[in-house]
Design a protein around this ligand. Structure first.
Ligand code: GLC
Length: 744
């Protein structure tokens, strides 16, 4: 406890107030004890400060959404974004921003995928930590959300996520773990849903055992707005602050639980202490910082530029030349889609028109081609577009998803783009018009037209300066450097969660387990439209000289280095990705993904320049979560170290052998199989010498591997049925084997 004297001086009423929001956005103040309440606002792409009297939202700068910033694979860029938002908080006297939002993209349909970062937990955790460190470098707090497994909007306050512990640890919690360990967010925000039968808001395993006892989290846990089920249970589980307060509506739950002893005063005091600590940490950041809207708008443009993904550039249709006559099509060109709906929505300072930004460069004429608010195909609009194209060199279509296709509060039902957009793109293709598609969408869309166009720029939801970023990339002022943080399947049905999303509204079976996104597609060797980690540049890069070496330092195992060269004629940034895969025979062992992202570095290179890139791989880079031991382990195996330009463009590879002597304890019973005994070096020889001849004479003549496979399904108890061993001898054998396997 950090403030025992304050806590002990509070009345019970004051204590209950401290663990409950003061209205929708504040924590309580206790003047007489010097406890100053703080204001918190959404997040995560900018400041959504609500004036509670008028319910109006202050003007602020809308940065790019998580779906785009994750594609930067740029820790420094995310830190800068966090730092800028942290300073904006100071300008508006806000103590904490409610973000980042980092739930894993289990399905492309989740309505809030625009807010979230990736399908990969490593990328998610690294970038979340950077954003948090940026914000908190100003003594302004963050709220890492939504902890955990809020992977859909459908019945988000009710559904029960049925997830194996391994999938939780390796996929759905891993990003939170990295962010907690690398940035100590002032708070975590628990999610609405249940996890394996218990609401996240009262899930002690989640909020205390894992978060605090294992990961060392030091901050406060706040609820999502209205996520508390029973306030007393939540306090016991480790949920410190209920939001929003509603004049402490849940007071009676606390009083009753204190009276009947199911909640102790010490448990209440612990939560009070954490909220006081939160207030103190956030108040330390108070300072007069002018809100420089123009400067932050420029920063938003740089972040968008460093994140957008060039998916296709046939015939180098891009960058456009100033003299290129461009037909700019699609109503998004003048009404850009720059952010998602719901609590993340920002009252923007100003939104750049894509048309105006492009006209600043060259000869650009606009016609609608399709409307945003009406999906029906309008032939007259298409004819206007074709007419304009007839006198132009290139068509640029600003396409994507209208606001109502995706939002907090509901999920998509499909991955299609509006039919009027598809009709326009098809007409352009039929007319043989060289076409570039720019996408403004919050989540992956099906692209049946991808082979019919020459260029594709995935701009996602690029914030209020998206127009500037798009124009600067299309005309080559900026060389695009983003890579996809989510796989783009050919069709929704290919996605591993398809058969189990969004569930029946009560239970959601995460049946795909750890095989989320590229982990699934790669394991199945399934073709995808665009793979995780994919993105083009206006230049090219060459990888060489991959080296690996063991390192002695306590926290790392392997150092990896390689050279990357810019072999083109313009400056560019390359995101070098490092994947690890256990390539040994998995017989008798847990199955594992073909590859998992365990490192990335974004390297800037002038034309012709070459740099060395280095990675340090710790134990976790090779580990998987073994439920039998309730912990992480590295099986003795061969591991492939893969470095590449995308998950499907591995340029260099080296295989290393790791033996850290870690194994799963062999618990010997009469149902232990001969296969298990033969695969375990402690029992193999005994089994060969004493059992093989008895059970299946001559089977060893097939060789140990075949014998193991053939005997794999035979339990020891089979000796009673198929050998001339006395029954009591079987018990002796089990005892002797237990001695060998040190299984008490
Ligand atoms: C919402 C969202 C959460 C947000 C909070 C406050 O329901 O789930 O992300 O921070 O409430 O608006």
């Amino acid at each position: 406890m950090k403030y025992p004297e304050i806590v002990s001086s509070l009345t019970l009423e004051e204590k209950i107030r401290m663990v409950t929001g003061d209205g929708a956005w504040h924590t309580y103040t206790v003047d007489r004890l010097g406890v100053e309440g703080i204001m918190m606002t959404d997040g995560p792409i900018g400041l959504r400060k609500v004036d509670e009297a008028s319910n109006k939202t202050y003007i602020s700068v809308a940065f790019p959404s998580g779906c785009l910033t994750a594609c930067s694979f740029d820790r420094e860029l995310l830190r800068q974004m966090g730092d800028t938002i942290g300073k904006e908080c100071q300008s508006y006297d806000v103590g904490m921003i409610l973000g980042p939002a980092i739930n894993i993209k289990r399905s492309p349909l989740c309505g809030r995928n625009f807010e979230y970062l990736s399908e990969d937990p490593y990328l998610t955790g690294e970038l979340a930590a950077s954003y948090i460190n940026g914000v908190q470098s100003n003594n302004v707090g963050t709220s890492l959300k939504h902890y955990a497994a809020n992977s859909q909007e459908y019945r988000r306050m009710s559904y029960d996520a049925k997830i194996s512990e391994r999938a939780l640890r390796e996929i759905y919690l891993a990003g939170f773990e990295t962010a907690v360990k690398k940035s100590q967010p002032y708070t975590l925000m628990c999610s609405y849903n249940k996890i394996n039968g218990t609401h996240a808001s009262e899930n002690k395993w989640l909020l205390t055992d894992v978060l605090r006892d294992e990961w060392g989290f030091e901050g406060a846990v706040i609820s999502d707005w209205g996520a508390v089920n029973y306030r007393d249970r939540a306090l016991k589980a480790g949920l410190d602050l209920e939001m929003p307060g509603n004049n402490i509506a849940n007071k009676d739950f606390i009083l009753k639980a204190l009276a009947d002893g199911s909640l102790t005063m010490a448990e209440l005091d612990t939560a009070v202490d954490r909220v006081i600590d939160l207030s103190r940490k956030c108040s330390a950041g108070k300072k007069e910082v002018p809100f420089d809207f123009e400067k932050d708008h420029e920063t938003a443009a740089r972040i968008a530029e460093g994140s957008m993904v060039l998916l296709k550039n046939d015939g180098r249709i891009l960058p456009l030349k100033k003299e290129t006559k461009v037909a700019l099509l699609g109503e998004f060109a003048v009404r850009p889609r720059i952010q998602g709906g719901g609590s993340a929505f920002i009252n923007t300072y100003k939104v750049d028109s894509i048309l105006e930004c492009m006209q600043a460069y060259g000869n650009v004429e606009y016609t609608k081609g399709f409307e945003i608010d009406d999906d029906t195909v309008k032939e007259d609009l298409i004819e206007d577009a074709l007419r304009l194209c007839a006198s132009c060199d290139t068509a640029v279509v600003i396409a994507g998803l209208p606001d109502n296709y995706e939002s907090e509060g509901y999920d998509r039902k499909h991955m299609h783009m509006p039919s009027n957009q598809l009709a326009l793109i098809s007409a352009l293709a039929k007319a043989g018009i060289p076409t570039v598609i720019v996408l403004q969408n919050g989540a992956a869309v099906e692209m049946p037209w991808a082979d019919d166009v020459s260029g594709i720029l995935e701009a996602y939801l690029g914030g209020e300066a998206a127009g500037t970023a798009i124009a600067n990339i299309l005309y080559g002022k900026v060389n695009p450097s983003g890579k996809l943080a989510e796989s783009v399947p050919f069709q929704l049905e290919d996605n591993p969660s398809f058969l189990n999303f969004p569930g029946n509204g009560y239970e959601v079976n995460y049946a795909e387990d750890i095989y989320v996104g590229y982990r699934y597609y790669d394991k199945k060797k399934m073709a995808v439209r665009y793979p995780f980690g994919y993105g083009l540049s206006y230049t090219t890069f060459e990888y060489s000289d991959l080296k690996t070496e063991a390192v002695e330092d306590p926290s790392n195992l392997i150092k990896v280095s390689l050279k990357v060269k810019n072999t083109g004629d313009v400056f560019g940034k390359e995101i070098v990705q490092l994947y690890v895969g256990d390539v040994s025979d998995k017989a008798g062992r847990a199955d594992r993904p073909a590859k998992e992202l365990k490192g990335f570095e974004k390297v800037s290179l002038e034309a012709g320049e070459e740099k060395t890139v280095e990675f340090l791989l710790d134990e976790r880079a090779f580990s998987y979560y073994e439920e039998k031991i309730g912990g992480w382990m590295i099986p003795t195996a061969e591991y492939s170290i893969m470095v590449g330009s995308s998950s499907r463009d591995i340029r260099l590879e080296k295989t290393i052998y790791l033996d850290l002597g870690q194994s799963i304890p062999l618990h010997i019973t009469q149902n232990t199989t001969f296969g298990e005994l033969l695969r375990d070096e402690r029992t193999r020889q005994y089994t060969i010498d004493n059992l093989m001849g008895k059970k299946a004479s001559g089977i060893l003549s097939f060789g140990i591997e075949a014998a193991t496979a053939m005997m794999d399904h035979n339990p020891i108890r089979g000796l009673r049925n198929f050998s001339n061993e006395k029954p009591e001898r079987v018990d002796e054998i089990i005892y002797e084997l237990k001695q060998l396997s040190d299984d008490e």
